[in-house]
Design a protein around this ligand. Structure first.
Ligand SMILES: Nc1nc2c(ncn2[C@@H]2O[C@H](COP(=O)(O)OP(=O)(O)O)[C@@H](O)[C@H]2O)c(=O)[nH]1
Ligand SMILES: [Mg+2]
Length: 442
C-alpha cells in the first residue's frame, strides 16, 4: 500500500536528518521528492503543488526558535495530515436506540462486504446490530450478504421482492429491535437515472441516520466525482474506501474525497470481515512512514509544542485551576500509558519522588464510578472541590448511585495529585509538561 510514497518520505527524512544546513537547495530537493511520491499515489496535481508550495514558503519564512530541521519535518507531517482530513471522524451511535445506516456505491465497490464488516465492527463495540440486503437486482447478491453475515454471526434480513423498496417494506418492522442496522443497497455500473431514482426512494423510505458511500481505492482521484455525484442525490455523511490493501492509488482516493469536504470514516484493508479500520489521518501517516520514523517525528513535534504546553500548565497551576474535570481527564489519559510513577521514572530528576507502586493504576470500574460522581456535581463544585462538605457529598453520592466514602476516596486521589503537581519546581514542571504534551492535560 502506497509503497512509493513511503519510500519517498523515508528519503526525505533521511535527507533532512543528514543535512548540515537547511538551505534553499535542500528544501527544493525534498519538495520535489515529496511531489514525486504523492503524484505516484495518485494525489491530484493541484493538491500536490499547493502543498509543496506551502512547505517551501513556510520553511523559507518561518523564524522560530525550533531548529529548521525539526520545523521542516513537522511541516511535512502537518501538511500530509491536512490533505488526509486532519482529524479522525467517527459516526455516533446511541445505545438503546434504533439507528439505520444506508450504504451506497457502484457495482463491485465493496458495499456488501463492508456492510458486514461494519456490523461486525460495531457489534464488537457492544451494539446490537443487523444487516439488511436490498440488492434485488443481482440474483446472488442477497445470498452473498447472508453468507457473510452468517460467518460473522450477525443477524441478516433479506426479503425477495421485485423492487428494493418492496423488499425494505417487508423487513423494516423486523429490524426495529436492533440498535444499528446496516442496509446494503444495489449498485450500477455508473450513476445513472435508474440508480438515482432508486436511491432517492430508498432514502425517503428508510430515513437513515447516516448514508455512507463506499468507494474502491483503485479508482484514485475519480473518487472525487463519485463523492460529488452521489452527494447530489442523497446527502452523504461519510465515505469508506475499500481495497486499500491492494491499491497504490489510495492516496488519491482519500485526498480527493477530503477535498470535496466529505469525511473518510473507514478504510477496508482486506477481504476478511475484520479487515476494516477507522480512518485516522495521523495513524495512516504513521503507517506510510513506518512506525519507527513516526515516533521520531512525534518526538520532534512534541519539542515544538513543549513551550506552549508548559506555559499552559504553569498558568493553570498559578491560577490554582486543577479542577476535577482536569483530574479525571488526566487519570483517564494515564490509563493508556501506564501508571504515573512509571512515567515519572522516565523523567530525569523526578524519579526521586516516592510513590506507592500502584497508586495511579485506577481500575476501569472505579473510573466509571468517578465519571458518574463528577457528572453529579454542579459546575461550581467541579471548579472548586473545596466547597464539598458532608451534605454535598451525600447528595452527589446519591446522584451517582455510589457511597459517600467512594466520593471521598476520589477526592482524596484528586488532592494527592494536586499536591504532587504543586511540589514540582520549574524545571521538573517543564519536563512534565513535555511528557504530557500529547495527553492534553487540561
Ligand atoms: N482486498 C480487498 N477486497 C475487498 C475489500 N472490500 C471488498 N473487497 C472485495 O471486493 C469484491 C466486491 O465486493 P462486494 O462487497 O461484493 O461489492 P458490492 O458489489 O459493492 O456489494 C469482493 O470480492 C470483496 O471480497 C477490501 O477492503 N480489500
Ligand atoms: Mg453487493
Amino acid at each position: 500500500m502506497l509503497d512509493r510514497l513511503k519510500s519517498s518520505i523515508k528519503n526525505i527524512i533521511n535527507k533532512i536528518s543528514s543535512a548540515i544546513f537547511v538551505d534553499k537547495k535542500l528544501i527544493d530537493e525534498i519538495t520535489k521528492e515529496l511531489q514525486r511520491g504523492l503524484l505516484q499515489a495518485d494525489v491530484d496535481v493541484e493538491i500536490v503543488l499547493r502543498l509543496t508550495e506551502e512547505i517551501k514558503r513556510i520553511a523559507a519564512s518561518e523564524k522560530t526558535s525550533i531548529s529548521k530541521k525539526e520545523l521542516l519535518i513537522k511541516l511535512i507531517y502537518d501538511k500530509l495530515t491536512e490533505i488526509l482530513g486532519k482529524e479522525k471522524t467517527e459516526l455516533e451511535f446511541k445505545k438503546k436506540k434504533h439507528q439505520r445506516v444506508m450504504l451506497v456505491g457502484l457495482y463491485g465497490c465493496g458495499k456488501t462486504t463492508t456492510s458486514v464488516k461494519l456490523a461486525f465492527y460495531y457489534k464488537k463495540r457492544g451494539f446490537k446490530v443487523a444487516v439488511v440486503g436490498l440488492d434485488v437486482h443481482r440474483p446472488a447478491a442477497q445470498e452473498q450478504l447472508k453468507q457473510l453475515a452468517e460467518k460473522a454471526d450477525i443477524s441478516c434480513f433479506i426479503a425477495k421482492a421485485d423492487t428494493a423498496i418492496q423488499s425494505w417494506e417487508k423487513v423494516k418492522e423486523k429490524v426495529n429491535e436492533y440498535e444499528i442496522v446496516f442496509i446494503d443497497t444495489a449498485g450500477r455500473h455508473s450513476l445513472d437515472k435508474e440508480l438515482e431514482q432508486e436511491l432517492k426512494q430508498l432514502y425517503e423510505a428508510i430515513e437513515p441516520n447516516y448514508v455512507i458511500l463506499v468507494i474502491p481505492a483503485d479508482i484514485g482521484q475519480i473518487a472525487k466525482e463519485q463523492a460529488k455525484g452521489f452527494n447530489k442525490i442523497v446527502p452523504i455523511n461519510g465515505i469508506i474506501i475499500t481495497r486499500m490493501d491492494g491499491s497504490a492509488r489510495g492516496g488519491g482516493a482519500i485526498t480527493s474525497c477530503v477535498e470535496t469536504g466529505t469525511k473518510v470514516l473507514f478504510i477496508g484493508t482486506g477481504e476478511k470481515i475484520k479487515d476494516i479500520e477507522a480512518f485516522d489521518p495521523t495513524r495512516f501517516i504513521a503507517r506510510v512512514l513506518g512506525i519507527g520514523d513516526i515516533e521520531g517525528i512525534i518526538e520532534k513535534i512534541k519539542l515544538s509544542i513543549e513551550k506552549e504546553t508548559e506555559k499552559k500548565l504553569k498558568k493553570k497551576l498559578e491560577e490554582g485551576k486543577f479542577t476535577l474535570d482536569a483530574f479525571y481527564e488526566q487519570i483517564k489519559a494515564l490509563q493508556s500509558v501506564g501508571p504515573l510513577n512509571k512515567l515519572i521514572d522516565m523523567i530525569p530528576g523526578l524519579n526521586n519522588i516516592r510513590l506507592s507502586s500502584n497508586i495511579f493504576q485506577v481500575q476501569e470500574k472505579k473510573m466509571k464510578k468517578w465519571k458518574y460522581i463528577i457528572d453529579s456535581m454542579t459546575p461550581e463544585e467541579r471548579e472548586n472541590p473545596e466547597i464539598l462538605n458532608a451534605s454535598r457529598i451525600q447528595r452527589i453520592a446519591k446522584g451517582a448511585s455510589v457511597t459517600a466514602s467512594e466520593v471521598r476516596e476520589m477526592l482524596k486521589y484528586y488532592k494527592m495529585i494536586k499536591q504532587m503537581i504543586g511540589k514540582y519546581d520549574e524545571k521538573s514542571l517543564s519536563k512534565l509538561a513535555k511528557r504530557f504534551g500529547k495527553f492534553k492535560l487540561f
